[in-house]
Design a protein around this ligand. Structure first.
Ligand code: ATR
Length: 270
């Protein structure tokens, strides 16, 4: 039987991950299967155990199980420990369950692929939930001049900025405290899902500034539409999804897929 992998989520019906990993497997000649599994909300650990007992070798983990996967893992990468989240599980050679997170490196790879300003840049991150915590370490490692976190609940942004202050110049606060301009603004709130836009000042972007939304869809998000109207270059999160998948694939198989080809194919299928 070929090695089995899967993505756990709830809901999981619209996940693109099976399509992405099938494309990676085809391209690299790796023999594996990859399926989407909807685990019960309170049953993530059992769902993993059942999968592992049926020759499962590793898994991706998405909303709402990333913290549960973090707790279940027997060993954690340093970046996963700090992120408080696991999006990639794998059984090591000794049969121990290892947890890692590839979301942050996925974001940074995609930003780099779009020639986003990073080193020495002024970066604003919107949101202070799990998705943002998960990407801050790799983002700060790119060496921005300053990284500001703004959130509806200002205290959460302040706490997050303090938690990562050892990695660079960070600050946190409410949307009303935002003082631009910024070279890069990343929307990590889930506001786009509800079609909402955080209240943002008009003069947000520096000349040549880039707006990045960690969400994606067939149409641009409200945030990206708002940013385009203010002259910013815009990029959605489809590339981040593909890059984090490629990093997971590498952790499992030791082979790096070519993400550019898959990116085109997936964009056409949206
Ligand atoms: P995730 O895993 O997606 O990060 P989360 O931990 O629930 O989910 O965090 C959601 C983030 O989106 C939070 O920063 C939240 O702001 P609060 O901390 O104030 O709740 C933000 N968010 C959600 N809906 C929003 C909206 N309509 N406007 C602005 N921010 C919103």
């Amino acid at each position: 039987m070929s090695d089995r992998y899967c993505v756990f989520g709830h809901p999981i019906g619209h996940s693109k991950s099976p399509q992405i990993h099938a494309a990676f497997a085809e391209q690299t000649g790796e023999t594996l299967s990859y399926q989407a599994i909807e685990a019960p909300i309170d049953g993530f650990a059992d769902a993993w155990r059942e999968f592992a007992a049926a020759a499962g070798r590793g898994a991706n983990v998405t909303v709402p199980f990333k913290a549960a996967a973090w707790r279940l893992a027997e060993t954690l990468s340093a970046r996963a420990r700090r992120a408080g989240a696991v999006n990639t599980l794998l059984l090591d050679d000794a049969g121990k369950l290892h947890g890692d997170t590839t979301d942050g490196v996925g974001l940074v790879s995609d930003l780099a692929a779009h020639a986003a300003p990073l080193k020495g840049a002024r970066i604003l991150v919107l949101g202070a939930g799990g998705a943002v915590r998960g990407v801050l370490e790799p983002l700060l490692e790119t060496g921005p001049a300053r990284l500001v976190i703004a959130n509806r609940t200002a205290g959460k942004a302040r706490k997050l900025a303090a938690d990562f202050a050892d990695l660079g110049e960070t600050a946190g606060g409410g949307f009303d405290e935002i003082a631009g301009p910024f070279d890069l603004v990343i929307n990590g709130t889930s506001a786009s899902l509800a079609g909402d836009l955080p209240p943002l000042p008009d003069a947000l972007f520096a000349d040549g500034g880039l707006a990045y939304d960690m969400m994606y869809g067939a149409a641009p998000t409200v945030f990206l539409r708002w940013a385009a109207e203010r002259g910013a270059r815009t990029v959605d999160g489809l590339g981040m999804l593909i890059e984090q998948a490629a990093e997971s694939f590498y952790l499992w198989r030791g082979v790096r897929p070519d993400t550019a080809a898959v990116r085109e194919r997936l964009r056409r299928s949206l």
